[in-house]
Design a protein around this ligand. Sequence first.
Ligand code: CP
Ligand code: NVA
Length: 295
Amino acid sequence: MRHLLEMDQLSAADLDELLDLCAPERAEPVLAGRGVALIFEKPSNRTRNASEMAVVGLGGHPISIRGEEIGLGVRESVDDVTRVLARYHALIGARVFDHRHLEQMAAVEAAPIVNLLSDMAHPTQIVADLLTLRQRWSKFDGRSVAWVGDGNNVARSLVLGCGLAGLSVRLACPAGHAVDPVAVDAARAYGVDVLETVRPDEAVAGADAVYTDVWVSMGQEMHAHQKEDAFAGYTVTADLMAQAAPGAVFLHCLPAHRGLEVAAEVIDGPASAVWDQAENRMHAARAVFQWLITQ
Ligand code: CP
Ligand code: NVA
């Protein structure tokens, strides 16, 4: 039984296969007559809607469940919740505060588990983002992706995903907010270059894509003031984008805060691929679910 908790559970060949499976015409009714449980301990727009529509696209029935309803590890043990849900559903997706809960769910081996975002990782986002880049570039070879901002869950999965895809990575994060060094080392072990700097201009110089995300992730609201100070100078502005490669793509997983991590003229401008990224969340979720169900 396969699970998708983080990108490093995929091989480069798995990733290739998944990106091919994102094509709508590759969808098969593998979930006909079956359910998928989608647990959300945190808010969601894209992931919930993309995942529910992905299940519908595979002929299945999604049931979204709020964290407080199911009380993962509080109302009922993580193992018991998993065992029970697996009696109704072919697959379980979960957005959790604590990544270890996903690991615990996967260890039950009762159903494939998909990480719909944890404090550590956001792999289904990165499958969608790599699809978005592949739709624009004929090949990944020789391309680079810059990350400007917080070395957060999305950044961690991005670094690993780029490593698998053979894309170089250029990270600009303030001191104390760097990407998990385990992910950086793993990407280097895949054979890609990873530049780490505190200077956005250095990371963006010549990059083919520039990616940013919120400075304050869900669950970190208590550190908001302190974080916003640390990120002064990390806004992706038109001036910063101008230092990237000609035709560079702007990426953001959304939700976005115009005037904080990104200037309105960038996210709403011609370089922005964010609406394609959002749509691709659905194609990526459908591919991930189909692939896991048919392993
Ligand atoms: N990008 C993303 O995961 O969005 P949501 O938090 O709205 O699901
Ligand atoms: N890093 C953000 C991503 C939201 C999709 C968060 O965890 O809130």
